[in-house]
Each structure stands twice: as structure tokens, then as C-alpha cells.
Design a protein around this ligand. Structure first.
Ligand code: FMN
Length: 128
């Protein structure tokens, strides 16, 4: 059974080209995998705070010694990572905003790029 993570990052709705393309992809995927599952994550409708010192401190604290507060700080990151890890395929709608990705997409990348979970350092180099 295929799980597709469907991410939109456009700030527009009715006239968004990337949302329309993504919707077409999801429709086709559903036709090919009738028993599949789609996880919808609309980044324009998700309040993801920028990472801060508290967040970085929590990430670098070993899981077994994290305080309750540190665990709370990582709850949203954990939920977004669960979605990513459950999915077999991803489709991400990315409009160009001021010669870069929409800021909401960058706000998503930071909490899912987590040392010890999505990457680690091997011989001083980041490893996926
Ligand atoms: C705030 C904003 C900034 C944009 N900046 C750029 C840009 O730097 N370069 C570009 O080619 N298009 C730019 N565009 C145009 C969008 O990339 C284009 O309209 C695209 O279709 C947006 O995707 P969407 O329709 O899914 O929102 C910008 C649009 C918006 C709303």
C-alpha cells in the first residue's frame, strides 16, 4: 500500500498553479493506487515557528534525558517527521517567491532536518 505525502506551499488557493498540478498528481496517484493513503500537509495553513535556541538545545539533548518542556518543543517537528517517514512518495508544490522557495517551505525544512533522525554526522560530514 502506497503512502503519498502531498505538500502545498503556495499562499494562493483558487488560482494557484502548483496546487492545481499537485491535485492532478494526487488524482492520478489515487487512480493507480486505489488502496493507497494520502497525507495532506498545507504549509500555508500550518503555523510552524522558526527554530530557536531552545529548539536546537532540545534536538542536541539525548532523547532519554530530554525534559518535558524539551519534548513539548519538539512535538510539531516529531509530527512533521512522522508524516515524512510514513510516506513512500512525496509530491511538493513549490512556487518561486522572490527568487527562492516560499518562506513556509523553509520553515518546514528546518524542523524535519533533524540530527540523529533524518541525518547524522559521519567523519565530520553530514550523512542522510
Ligand atoms: C510573493 C510572490 C513572489 C514571486 N516571486 C517570483 C520570482 O521571484 N520569480 C518568478 O519567476 N516568479 C515569481 N512569482 C510568480 C510565481 O512564481 C508564479 O505566479 C507561480 O505560479 C506561483 O505559484 P502558485 O500559482 O502555485 O502560487 C512570485 C509570486 C508571488 C505571489
Amino acid at each position: 500500500m502506497l503512502t503519498l505525502l502531498h505538500i502545498d506551499s503556495s499562499s494562493l488557493y483558487g488560482r494557484s498553479a502548483s496546487r492545481e498540478l499537485n491535485a492532478a498528481f494526487v488524482t492520478e496517484s489515487n487512480a493507480r493506487h486505489p488502496d493507497g493513503r494520502v497525507i495532506d500537509r498545507d504549509l500555508n495553513a500550518t503555523a510552524i515557528p522558526p527554530i530557536n535556541e531552545e529548539w536546537v538545545g532540545a534536538v542536541y539533548t539525548p532523547e532519554e534525558t530530554r525534559t518535558l518542556k524539551q519534548k513539548e518543543v519538539l512535538l510539531l517537528s516529531d509530527a512533521l517527521l512522522d508524516e515524512l517517514e510514513q510516506a513512500d512518495e512525496y509530491v511538493i508544490g513549490v512556487p518561486m517567491h522572490n527568487f527562492g522557495v516560499p518562506s513556509v517551505l523553509k520553515l518546514w525544512v528546518d524542523p524535519v532536518a533533524r540530527v540523529g533522525r533524518t541525518f547524522s554526522y559521519a567523519d565530520g560530514r553530514p550523512k542522510a
